[in-house]
Design a protein around this ligand. Sequence first.
Ligand code: UTP
Length: 291
Amino acid sequence: MKVKKAIIPAAGLGTRVLPASKAVPKEMLNIVDKPAIQYIVEEAVAAGIEDILIITNRGKGAIEDHFDHAFELECGLRGNPAKEKILQQVEEVANLANVYFLRQKETKGLGHAILCGRSFIGDEPFAVLYGDDVIISEDPAIGQLCRACEKYGKGVVGVQEVTREQIKLYCSLDVTPLEGRAMNCHNIIEKPKDEEIMSLYAILGRVVLPPEVFPMLEEGVARITQGEFYLTETMSDLGRAGKLIAYDFEGVRYDMGNKLGIMKANCEVALKHPEIGAGFREYVKQLAASL
Ligand code: UTP
């Protein structure tokens, strides 16, 4: 079945990038000239997904404004030949896709955020693009996962190999080869201890899930009395039931949820940017020589 809808959870507190994320949602922190969340919506659109639900919370209204028209600004730019290109870029954001918004009223974890999107999704497989993970790739990462979901008829988690130190901060997957970049995923352990590491494959911000996860999420969320309900737990249940594929996607992933990730993203994207790329390269060379 074709994947037509996506959820972008963007209701986290962003504590790792405070104080930057105090009044500005971390998903609105920029990479050169666009906020992180615009790259993510563009990725979904490039993969053929046009109905996108962004899960927000109090204080994240700037995300809604970004995907809306800005009439005063657009009127001010219109008619000025020197500003034509920028006007086009500003207008395009409002017309990118059918973007919907829903508030997660309590920060009860990623599993709960996805459950909030249940009635939007209905009874079909759907994509999840974490709001703080930007992936730059010719072939959109979520499109690679959608194709695997359509081919194997199972849930798909997007993975890449990370270091032993990093895996302890993410999750570790028990996988066996299937075909090409696809693997069978049998189990997932969140933030594994040394002796629990099953492979260096970790889930990096993209998954495609079947609608059968909703009752599982509901049950999981009902179980927690405090803290957060992790999506990993439900995906791990899918794996143990033989209903999950891990897909080693092509693309460079930037973690916009931490300070070093934000700097790497800005640096690497700036080097290739058509407007400032050449100037920035010169600057980086000079800077590097002085280090
Ligand atoms: P993270 O755990 O990386 O985001 O969640 P966070 O909670 O904002 O991070 P820190 O630790 O406080 O810095 C991964 C994704 O899930 C969303 C986040 O916005 C992020 O895109 N999320 C997380 C929600 O939408 N709701 C939640 O309750 C938790």
